[in-house]
Design a protein around this ligand. Structure first.
Ligand code: GAP
Length: 486
């Protein structure tokens, strides 16, 4: 039985070069992480799988299972720093904040909603981490957007923000995409990119970082159909995670209560995973799927919106003018079939690439035992990653560094490398080389041995079962393509 703890998973990620603390040689910086040689490959595989499954692999002519109709998908890569008015009209300037308190004893800052389980290092108690209320300041608001200055002047007119979500880059380009492509509603615009939030308490490894990557879709549809599309995207996105190996009993789809929803949302469901750093029965958010109505396009047309009864109205200042003006551009859609004009509704599946990676790593981490040369079971750590996500697909080894074996192995390596990320290693005991690849999540290892030199066969070892079979080296590309199916 595998005993997964975050300590073990973090240690493996460091040991094998998946994830490093940012600026580690200077003591690190809280909430920032670097992806090492294996980590960068795995994260890219996650983003590529998402991009293919959601965007380039989408069949614009056929409705996918469960979808109300067929639809188009296109991509976008917007800038990280945008016009500051974007964040005023969207509501982030006023509303994107957390409440924090300072502990007067330990002088540290905590999110108000996390104070119950936070640590006060200066005040050990029987209940670890308990803060005594009297030690805390009154809650204050803290905007999570990172501020910067554009140009040489450091005055308020030059203030700008690092985007806290990729979504707004899509909304402000809605008209550009409509007028430069032939897409018609319903269609989605997808984007992968970095977002930044000055989180008060980054925690749980990469789960809550200050710099992270989002994979977001803004799906535009008619108001009449939006509820059906919302349900479609909730299910579609949930099954994406199970298709890549997350166990469905550790995943859940949780509908937000009306009080919990963001100000723009008329319905949100979170896809959540039972991360090992959480208590039994607790789940952490992997992705939010939101029904945003016409809130975003309308905000960028008219200005910042506030709740008004059941709907929204432009927020006015003391002179009766919009408090934060929109662009004034017409972002509505003319439906040629019905001859009606309306502001499209938006369904937003918004995923975090770093959280997805953390979940896939946690799920894949396995401890088992395999027999050594004498048949004695030896413990091993293996990352049972889905082949699409595995950073290295195949490793090729000569059994020993002589008798021409390295030349034959290098030839196989070069041939397979034309198709996949393949690793070559000729140093150390073969057992140790296998173990290293097991920890890296490499699905297959090929070993060139004495018999290879006689009959052209090699051993092909399966990561999960450790079973080795002899196959002809000329068949390797076909066999591996079939097994990886990637
Ligand atoms: N556009 C909507 C939006 O940004 P969100 O729920 O704030 O919604 C979407 O973020 C996803 O981005 C989350 O489900 C999570 O996967 C990821 N994410 C958000 N904040 C994060 C952070 N501080 N660190 C890592 N990932 C984060």
């Amino acid at each position: 039985m595998s005993d997964k703890t975050m300590e073990k998973i973090v240690a493996l990620c460091k040991r094998r070069g998946f994830i490093f603390q940012s600026s580690e040689i200077y003591g690190g910086i809280g909430g920032f992480w670097d992806y090492g040689p294996l980590g960068v490959e795995m994260k890219r595989n996650i983003k590529d799988a998402w991009w293919y499954d959601m965007v380039t692999g989408n069949d614009d002519t056929l409705p996918p299972a469960g979808a109300p109709s067929s639809y188009s998908m296109v991509g976008l890569d917007a800038s990280i720093i945008m016009h500051p008015q974007v964040w005023k009209a969207s509501g982030h300037y006023d509303l994107f904040h957390d409440l924090f308190v300072d502990c007067k004893t330990c002088k540290q800052r905590f999110r108000l909603d996390q104070i119950a389980d936070s640590q006060c290092p200066r005040k050990p108690s029987k209940h670890p981490g308990e803060h005594s209320e009297c030690d805390l300041t009154e809650p204050r608001e803290f905007n999570l957007m990172f501020k910067t200055y554009v140009g040489a002047l450091h005055d308020p007119s030059a203030e700008a923000y690092l985007r806290p979500e990729t979504a707004q880059g899509i909304f402000v380009n809605f008209k550009n995409v409509m007028s430069t492509t032939r897409v018609k509603l319903p269609f989605g615009i997808a984007q992968i990119g970095k977002s930044f939030r000055n989180e008060i308490t980054p925690r749980n490894y990469t789960f809550r970082s200050r710099e992270f990557e989002q994979m977001e879709i803004e799906f535009f549809c008619s108001p009449k159909e939006s509820q059906r599309w919302y349900e479609y995207w909730r299910d579609r996105r949930f099954s994406w995670y199970t298709s890549l190996g997350l166990a469905s009993d550790k995943l859940r789809l949780r509908d937000h209560s009306p009080e919990e929803r963001a100000h723009y949302s008329c319905g949100t469901a979170d896809i959540e995973y039972a991360f090992p750093f959480l208590a039994q029965g607790e789940y952490g958010e992997l992705e939010g799927v939101s029904h945003r109505g016409d809130f975003d396009l309308r905000s960028h047309m008219e200005g910042k919106l506030v709740r008004d009864g059941d709907g929204f109205a432009v927020e006015l200042d003391e002179h009766g003018q919009p408090r934060y003006a929109g662009s004034g551009k017409d972002l509505s859609y003319f439906d040629e079939e019905t001859k009606k004009k309306y502001i499209p509704h938006v369904i937003e599946p918004s995923a975090g690439a770093d959280r997805a990676m953390l979940a896939f790593l946690c799920e894949a981490y396995t401890e088992d035992a395999i027999p050594d040369d004498k048949g004695v079971p030896q413990p091993r750590v293996v990352l049972k990653l889905h082949p699409r996500l595995a950073p290295v697909k195949v490793a090729v080894f000569p059994l020993i560094k002589k008798d021409g074996m390295p030349d034959v192995a290098a030839e196989i390596y070069r041939e397979l490398k034309k198709k996949w990320n393949v690793y070559y290693d000729q140093k150390g005991s073969i057992g140790r080389r296998y173990r290293r690849q097991d920890e890296s999540g490499t699905p297959y290892c090929i070993t060139v041995d004495h018999q290879t030199l006689e009959d052209g066969t090699v051993t092909l070892r399966d990561r999960d079962t450790t079973v080795q079979e002899r196959v002809k080296s000329i068949d390797l590309t076909t066999i591996i393509a079939e097994r990886l199916a990637v």
